[in-house]
Design a protein around this ligand. Sequence first.
Ligand SMILES: [Zn+2]
Length: 86
Amino acid sequence: MNSEIAATATAPGDVVRYRCTACGNLTRFNVVTTRRTSAFHHFSVGGDLTVEEEQVLDETVEEVTCRWCGNGNGVEVLGSGAADPA
Ligand SMILES: [Zn+2]
């Protein structure tokens, strides 16, 4: 079984979860992400664009803000393998 692995930065299904330690929020965050992608832009003869085979080459989460607190002061990353400076 051949698998195409172009990038190791983001594995599908590798979901990062967050927690706001200030208010206990686990479900509502504003996340600012920089994402570099590669995609096949498939144009029809009429000029309509269909984007196909989009791959995330690189992804960086720049800022996570709690929707309830309005800031990211208490937000920490949950999940396996994540550094958790408790
Ligand atoms: Zn909060």
